[in-house]
Design a protein around this ligand. Structure first.
Ligand SMILES: NC(=O)c1ccc[n+]([C@@H]2O[C@H](COP(=O)([O-])OP(=O)(O)OC[C@H]3O[C@@H](n4cnc5c(N)ncnc54)[C@H](OP(=O)(O)O)[C@@H]3O)[C@@H](O)[C@H]2O)c1
Length: 364
């Protein structure tokens, strides 16, 4: 069916219409997930364009990033995410992805900071990350507080790679915790979150040690790390050195081991990574370990470094935009894929091969 304006109209059962009624709306291409399971279940299809709520913008998506939380929701692992708003039997929102960059198409009535034509980047989801956010599509809605203007010198692909990983890094590594000259170790320094943590710590004036596998250490140095450690050859917790802050992405050491490498007045921040289901509890992922550390932080000041508070996304997104604009935060793109190849992009993510971020390019 075609509208008066010539737009393709799409029949959209189950998409926000009154029960029992079939609606037709302007259509768009999107990656669709009907159930939890193998990545290959994802398919390119046609659905109705989303309509922005009062405090949301509609973005014509130019790029969307492929990151570990997308994999979690596509596969439904760990199972607890289904109870955290993603949908118990099948995903409530059928279009995966949470991080976009693109051009504002229209705005809700209460939106004041953006207007059609603005180039923006940000997160499409509110609150918990473990849910589909509709980013793998030609159009996506995003809350006004979750987006920022894209700096002019930054590409859509680079901007789309930043939001979630940048928010995790910035929220857990605020400048006040890293006085100039402090010794910061980033474990998992070449990864999505670690690469931003290295650059943030350098921007704050820290002396940064980056830990990752040998083939990725040149990348870690190019991000500004003063020193690197190959984790396959050296265990930093047995080096005899001490750091003021350890920012730990993989979490492959117990806190007992970490303490050997932590200044008595230092702090430890665990991000946690369950290596696509290879590590961590099948039902609960890394949550039990996180809760254990939170409980222990009552008597261990070194564990009070992380942040469990809801981030002020508006402020953090603007900070990320400024850091990109000044060149203090750079994005290394490993590879881009067209939207239709989202399953291949996710396979590439879990292969362990990427040197940098993976981004879907949408439209043109
Ligand atoms: N990146 C994002 O946009 C994003 C979004 C949402 C949530 N998150 C969450 O943030 C966490 C980290 O994600 P990420 O994207 O940073 O993961 P990542 O890109 O896979 O990075 C992890 C890094 O740690 C390295 N590593 C593995 N084992 C190690 C060890 N024993 N010692 C030192 N380094 C080791 C990995 O290298 P090798 O494995 O190749 O050896 C890799 O370079 C995950 O829990 C993820 O769910 C990330």
């Amino acid at each position: 069916m075609v509208s008066d304006r010539g737009d393709a109209l799409v029949k959209c059962p189950g998409w926000g219409q009154a029960p029992g009624r079939t609606q037709y709306g302007p259509g768009m291409e999107a990656i669709l997930q009907s159930r939890y399971g193998p990545i290959d279940n994802l398919q390119l299809g046609q659905v109705a364009r989303p309509v922005p709520a009062e405090d949301e913008v509609l973005v014509r998506v130019r790029a969307a990033s492929v990151h570990p939380d997308v994999w979690h929701v596509v596969t439904g692992q760990p199972a607890v995410l289904r109870l955290m708003g993603s949908g118990v039997r099948h995903p409530k929102e059928r279009v995966p992805g949470t991080d976009v960059a693109g051009v504002v198409e229209s705005v809700g009535r209460a939106v004041t900071r953006f207007q059609p034509g603005d180039e923006v980047f940000g997160e499409t989801v509110r609150g918990v990350q473990w849910r589909n956010g509709g980013a793998f599509a030609e159009y996506a809605t995003a809350p006004e507080i979750g987006i920022a203007l894209k700096p002019a010198g930054v590409s859509f692909e680079e901007a789309a790679a930043v939001p979630t990983a940048g928010l995790i890094a910035l929220n857990n590594l605020p400048q006040r915790r890293v006085p100039p000259g402090s010794r910061v170790l980033v474990n998992g320094a070449a990864g999505g979150v670690g690469a931003f943590a290295v650059q943030l710590a350098k921007a704050y004036g820290a002396e940064v040690t980056g830990v990752d596998q040998r083939s990725k250490l040149a990348l870690v140095r190019s991000l500004g790390a003063d020193r690197t450690i190959d984790y396959t050859r050296e265990d930093f917790t047995r080096s005899g050195e001490a750091w003021d802050l350890i920012f730990d992405v993989p979490g492959n050491h117990s806190f007992h081991e970490i303490r050997r490498a932590l200044d008595p007045r230092g702090s430890y921040v665990l991000i946690g990574h369950d290596a696509f289901g290879a590590i961590g509890h099948h039902w609960l992922g890394s949550i039990p370990r996180m809760l254990g550390l939170v409980a222990r932080s009552a008597v261990t000041p070194q564990l009070r470094g992380g942040s469990f508070a809801s981030p002020n996304k508006r402020r953090l997104m603007n900070t990320l935009a400024q850091l990109m604009e000044t060149g203090q935060l750079q994005v290394v793109i490993d590879r881009t894929f067209p939207l239709a190849q989202a399953p291949e992009a996710l396979q590439h993510l879990i292969s362990g091969q990427p040197m940098g971020r993976i981004v879907l390019v949408v439209g043109g």
